[in-house]
Write a protein that binds this ligand. Structure first.
Ligand code: NAP
Length: 340
C-alpha cells in the first residue's frame, strides 16, 4: 500500500478519489489552502462512509505559492493533482483561472519529481480536448486538443488546455524519472458529500428546480464521480497508463433535453419542474443578457459533439456506470444535504 498525495482535498472529485484510495488501503495526504478546512474534509469523507483517522493527513499549499509543496509531496509514491479553479460563469480576467491551473500544475509536478514520486495523475478535462474547432463529425479522442487561440474558447477551457500542455512539456524537458498520466473527464455528476460541491452539479440543480424555461441546444458528456475516482486510481498504477491521456465519459454525449427526459423518467414527481421544451438559440442569447451565468456556453449552441472512452476501457479495463443511475444518485445526495 502506498502513500498518495491528493491536491485540493476540499474538492468534489478529490474527496471521491480519497474515498477510493482509503478503501483500497492506501494512506492519503491532502493539500488544502487553509488547515481550518480539515474538519470539512473529514466530514465529507464521513458522509462517504470513511473515518480514516491518521491514515489521512493534511498539508497546506496554494496553487499560486511555492510554500508547502515540497513538504506535501515528501515521502509520497504517487500524486493525484486534482486542484484547479472551476468557477461558475466567466471570470473578469482569464488569468485568474489560467494562472493557478498552469502554475499549480507545474508546482505539483516539480514537488513530485523532487520528492522521488513514481507517477503523477493529472486531472485535466474534456475542456482540453473538444473546444475551439468545428466538431469533427466523429467522436473526439485523446489525440484531439482544444485550440486555445480560437474565438469563443472559454477561460476555463484555456486554463485546462494550457495546464495540460505545460505538464507534458515539463515531463519532456525536466520530468526526470517521474511518470505522468492524465484523466480528461466530461461533466462530472454523482453523489455530493456535503453542501459545498462542484459547479458541475449546478446544471442538474437548475433543471430540477425548473430555474430555466427550457433546454438550450447544448450537448455534454456525463460521467459519475465514483468512476472518475476509479479511473484516477487505475491510471496511478497501471503500467499502460504511463505517458497517456484518457477521456473519461460514460456513453454518448447527451443534449440538455436528453438529460431532462432522463430526470423525468428516473425521478417522476420530483422532476415535475424539469423543462423539456427546446429553446431556440436566439432566446438563449437574449436570456444570457439577463442572466450572464450561461454566457460561456453561447459559442457552443447547436454544436453536437461526442467523445469516446474506448481507450480507457481497453487499456485500463475501466467500466463506467450508466448515466441515469448517476443522475438519480446526484439527486438523492442533493436531497440528503437539503440542497434541493
Ligand atoms: P471543486 O469541487 O470546485 O474543487 C476544486 C478544488 O481546487 C478545490 O479543492 C479548491 O480549493 C482547489 N483550488 C482552486 N483554486 C486553488 C488555489 N489557488 N490553490 C489551491 N487549491 C485551489 O471542483 P471539482 O469538480 O472537484 O474539480 C476538480 C478538478 O477536476 C479540476 O481540475 C477540474 O478542472 C477538473 N474537472 C472537473 C470536472 C467537473 O465536471 N467537475 C470535469 C472535468 C475536469 P478551495 O476549496 O480552497 O477553493
Amino acid at each position: 500500500m502506498a502513500q498518495v498525495l491528493v491536491t485540493g482535498g476540499t474538492g468534489f472529485i478529490a474527496c471521491h478519489c480519497m474515498l477510493r484510495l482509503l478503501a483500497d488501503g492506501h494512506s492519503v495526504r491532502t493539500t488544502v489552502r487553509s488547515l481550518a478546512r480539515e474538519s470539512d474534509v473529514r466530514a465529507m469523507l464521513k458522509a462517504g462512509g470513511a473515518e480514516p483517522g491518521d491514515k489521512l493527513t493534511f498539508a497546506t499549499a496554494d496553487l499560486m505559492k511555492d510554500d508547502g509543496w515540497a513538504a506535501a509531496a515528501a515521502g509520497c509514491e504517487y500524486v493525484l493533482h486534482v486542484a484547479s479553479p472551476l468557477p461558475i460563469g466567466i471570470p473578469k480576467d482569464e488569468n485568474d483561472l489560467i494562472g493557478p491551473a498552469r502554475a499549480g500544475t507545474l508546482r505539483a509536478l516539480k514537488a513530485a519529481r523532487d520528492a522521488g514520486a513514481k507517477r503523477v495523475v493529472l486531472t485535466s478535462s474534456f475542456a482540453a480536448i473538444g473546444y475551439g474547432h468545428t466538431p469533427p463529425g466523429r467522436p473526439f479522442t485523446e489525440s484531439d486538443w482544444t485550440n486555445p487561440e480560437a474565438a469563443g474558447v472559454s477561460a476555463y477551457s484555456k486554463s485546462k488546455t494550457l495546464a495540460e500542455k505545460a505538464a507534458w512539456d515539463f515531463m519532456a524537458k525536466e520530468g526526470g524519472g517521474l511518470e505522468l498520466a492524465v484523466v480528461n473527464p466530461v461533466v462530472v455528476l454523482g453523489p455530493v458529500l456535503g453542501p459545498d460541491y462542484s459547479t458541475s452539479i449546478e446544471m442538474m440543480k437548475t433543471l430540477i428546480r425548473g430555474a430555466v424555461p427550457g433546454c438550450p441546444r447544448l450537448w455534454f458528456g456525463v460521467v459519475d464521480v465514483r468512476d472518475v475516482a476509479d479511473m484516477h486510481v487505475r491510471a496511478m498504477t497501471h503500467p499502460a497508463a504511463r505517458g497517456e491521456r484518457f477521456l473519461c465519459v460514460a456513453g454518448d454525449f447527451l443534449s440538455v433535453r436528453d438529460m431532462a427526459l432522463i430526470l423525468k423518467e428516473r425521478l417522476g414527481e420530483a422532476a415535475r419542474r424539469v423543462p423539456t421544451r427546446v429553446l431556440p438559440d436566439w432566446l438563449v442569447r437574449v436570456g444570457s443578457l439577463i442572466n450572464p451565468k450561461g454566457r460561456a456556453y453561447l459559442p457552443e449552441l447547436g454544436k453536437r459533439k461526442n467523445a469516446s472512452a474506448a481507450k480507457a476501457q481497453s487499456l485500463l479495463g475501466w467500466q463506467p456506470r450508466p448515466i441515469p443511475e448517476t443522475m438519480a444518485s446526484t439527486y438523492e445526495s442533493l436531497k440528503r444535504f437539503g440542497q434541493i
